[in-house]
Ligand binder design. Structure first.
Ligand code: ADP
Ligand code: MG
Length: 479
């Protein structure tokens, strides 16, 4: 049955099985980029974007691949990888290296690829005269390192990709690396850690960290001063550019344009770009399509909520760093009760220590309970209509007033309906009240909104995803 199947057909069948067996994010990250190349003598050759990628597949998915191949191609199925390696730092040419393997479990024997020259001279015609490479302040915070960035299931992919990048900035397929995830989960920490380690392993590389907000301000200032070109030259000159919180580029069309230009220049020259974002690239609104598609070029890795063990490990790590000891029960109590945001978790611990030292109380479980109670009370928001409106509007990048206005513009109507739907679902407000809070509409409008949203959840995949994402956010931020 197998011999006359084309490689594409065989791989398509494999993908169907694989998709049912792993989560969608892993599927997108690790299987969508694979290209089938040929199928002969029951050996399927798959092209993967990098050595790291290949190793990751072998380490994490080999059993799944083995089983799937046997099912689709037959018992004697074999797997062969072909790894694409960047031949040059300043070109887009790629060449293939075949890794002859005996079966799906064999690993690469041969060293891959040509030696990559890390010192390729910069061919930037615009180098700013007098600007010495070493003089650029990287704006990195030395306190954020890999050593104190605890690994957990929640951040494994992002953390490992970051480590690979720090070894070979611009030389992996993770370019750009897009780290995304909710607030307080470690994106900024990881971004700095990558920068710091890169500087350490490649002292000659010019690394710069900048928040998207600062980038925007710098750009506006440079425009006012009439020296945009200097701004662009500066950024095009870097080896590694880290931009934190790119969601702030939304609606800033001029900044997006300039960033697009800088991005292309750096990418074409094999320079590394690292971005963070509070949501997945596909959920970014009001962003230029060309820029969005580039955000998806490399690897998008999400950071999720840390599980209990990771939260305990993070607290232990923090105690170790600060030379503090707390009883295990207390640490577990904190980790158990504050479970959505690492920043708040650390905050609770600090606040506990502060209380103990200020009131000269002994730190026991009672004090911990009291602190957590205060802390959680202070940091949680009740689910209010205002809050839901704000979150939904932020998500769609529209002003909150819009959902209360008379506008019938499609995107606003949709946001309004979704906000009404959540208000009905998550608060005790009556239909009449909800209508009032949305610009004085009557209760039948609210009923209609809820029906429409329910229908769309059933029929429209993208819409369903948006609603799920929003629900997660509303719940995360309110516990
Ligand atoms: P984000 O940028 O995602 O909002 P941050 O990077 O500012 O989050 O992280 C918030 C706090 O939590 C920081 O103090 C950071 O050091 C800490 N933190 C987050 N994740 C980890 C982790 N895995 N290990 C150690 N500390 C962490
Ligand atoms: Mg941050």
């Amino acid at each position: 049955m197998a011999e006359n199947k084309s490689h594409e057909l065989a791989w398509a069948e494999c993908l169907k099985i694989i998709r049912d067996n792993i989560n969608p994010q892993s599927y997108r990250t690790w299987f969508e980029p694979i290209k089938p190349i040929r199928l002969s003598s029951k050996t399927l050759t798959l092209q993967v974007p990098s050595q790291f990628f290949y190793e990751w597949l072998e380490e994490h998915y080999i059993q799944l691949l083995q089983k799937t191949l046997k099912k689709v191609i037959g018992m004697s199925a074999k797997l062969e990888y072909s790894v694409v390696v960047d031949a040059h730092f300043n070109g887009n040419e790629k060449y293939l290296v075949n890794l002859p393997t005996n079966g799906p479990t064999a690993s690469a024997q041969n060293e891959l690829g040509m030696p990559i020259n890390l010192d390729t001279p910069i061919k930037n015609p615009f180098i700013i005269p007098g600007l010495k490479r070493m003089n650029i302040d990287s704006q990195l915070n030395a306190k954020y390192t890999f050593d104190n960035f605890v690994e957990g299931e929640c951040n494994k992919l992002a953390r490992n990709a970051g480590l690979a990048i720090a070894q070979k900035p611009g030389g992996t397929s993770f370019n750009p690396l897009m780290i995304f995830g909710g607030c307080g989960l470690g994106k900024t920490h990881l971004a700095h850690a990558i920068g710091n380690l890169t500087k350490q392993t490649h002292p000659q590389k010019v690394v710069v960290y900048v928040s998207a907000e600062k980038f925007i301000t710098q750009f506006i200032d440079s425009a006012k001063a009439g020296n945009n070109h200097q701004f662009i030259n500066f950024y095009q000159y870097l080896d590694v550019l880290i931009v934190d919180d790119v969601q702030f580029f939304a609606k800033k069309e001029r900044t997006q344009e300039i960033f697009f230009q800088i991005f292309n220049h750096l990418h074409q020259n094999g320079k590394q770009i690292i971005l963070t974002c509070d949501r997945a690239p596909k959920d970014l609104n009001n962003m230029d399509e060309r820029l969005l598609s580039r955000f998806k070029w490399g690897l998008s890795a999400d950071i999720n909520n840390a599980d209990f063990d990771t939260r305990v490990a993070i607290l232990e790590n923090k105690m170790y760093q600060d030379g503090i000891t707390l009883h295990k029960d207390i640490v577990e109590y904190l980790a158990h009760n504050i479970n959505t945001n690492i920043r708040e978790l650390e905050g609770a611990m600090i606040s506990l220590l502060a209380q103990a030292s200020l009131t000269r109380k002994h730190i026991d479980l009672n004090l911990a309970k009291q602190t957590v109670k205060n802390f959680v009370k202070n940091s949680t928001r009740e689910i209010s209509i205002d809050y839901i409106q704000k979150l939904v509007c932020d998500y769609y990048n529209i002003p909150v007033e819009a959902v209360k206005s008379k506008t019938r513009k499609r995107e606003i109507v949709q946001a309004r309906q979704i906000a009404m739907y959540f208000t009905k679902d998550l608060t005790k407000a009556s239909l009449k009240n909800i209508g009032m809070m949305f610009g004085g509409r009557d209760h039948s409008t609210v009923i209609h909104a809820c029906q429409t949203v329910n229908d769309l959840i059933e029929t429209d995949k993208k819409f369903r995803h948006d609603v799920e994402e929003l629900e997660k956010r509303i719940k995360i931020n309110t516990f």
